[in-house]
Write a new protein. Structure first.
Length: 232
């Protein structure tokens, strides 16, 4: 009987725990590799490519990696102002922003605010799917803290800027700048950058609705906030 209990203990507790730790180790080692190596793609990019190829077998993503210094400070400030005003200060998760988002969503009776930091968004894009669940959110927190533990803020932001989705099959600042304005990421003006930043929560929609009233009004607000955005 004791031997049987030990066996059940192994299968029900030790084995799942061991698998969980191995997965975390894989994530951590991959993050360490990316300290000085650029990711060729992300989990989210591969997922979206698969979706596009279901309709067109020869579909490809628009994606060009550019160094941090070749991305306009206008875009960096706009994204921080729009997505994560405390990016330079938090350690991966902004608990105050999450609390405010929860209160806002509760008041509205639906999800109108996310509260995820730039680091959390990067964690999700690099390793996870777009499906929402408490388990996925918990894993996102763990990966976000891993990223902050081994990378500086500039490197986290550089990878984010080069891998975030900006439209249908469009990923990264360089491809997005050329897709929307026909310029390089280095040459984005303040108004252009503000509009691109506002697209991020719903980029495929705004790719098809570039003159949406909310996009224009929100971009004007972000443009006014950009001056106070702190860059890493």
């Amino acid at each position: 009987m004791g031997k049987l209990l030990r066996r059940w203990y192994f299968w029900l507790i030790l084995l799942p725990l061991s698998l969980f730790l191995l997965i975390q180790l894989y994530f951590f080692l991959q993050i360490c590799w990316w300290i000085d190596h650029n990711p060729d793609s992300t989990s989210f990019m591969r997922e979206q490519l698969s979706v596009l190829q279901e309709k067109h077998a020869d579909a490809k993503l628009a994606h060009v990696w550019v160094p941090y210094k070749r991305i306009s400070n206008n875009l960096k400030r706009a994204i921080i102002a729009s997505e994560d005003s405390n990016f330079s200060e938090h350690d991966g998760v902004d608990w105050d922003a999450l609390q405010k988002a929860f209160e806002k969503n509760t008041k509205k009776g639906k999800v109108v605010a996310g509260g995820s930091t730039i680091t959390q968004q990067l964690a999700k894009n690099l390793f996870l799917s777009g499906h929402r669940s408490y388990l996925r959110k918990g894993q996102e927190f763990i990966i976000a803290y891993m990223l902050e533990a081994v990378m500086d803020k500039e490197r986290i932001f550089e990878i984010y800027l080069n891998s975030v989705e900006w439209g249908v099959g469009v990923f990264g600042a360089e491809a997005a700048a050329r897709h929307y304005y026909g310029v390089s990421a280095a040459n984005l003006g303040a108004a252009q950058a503000a509009k691109m930043a506002v697209m991020l929560p719903n980029p495929r929609f705004y790719d098809k609705n570039r003159n949406a009233p909310y996009l224009r009004s929100r971009a004007g607000l972000i443009l006014r906030r950009m001056g106070s955005a702190e860059l890493p």
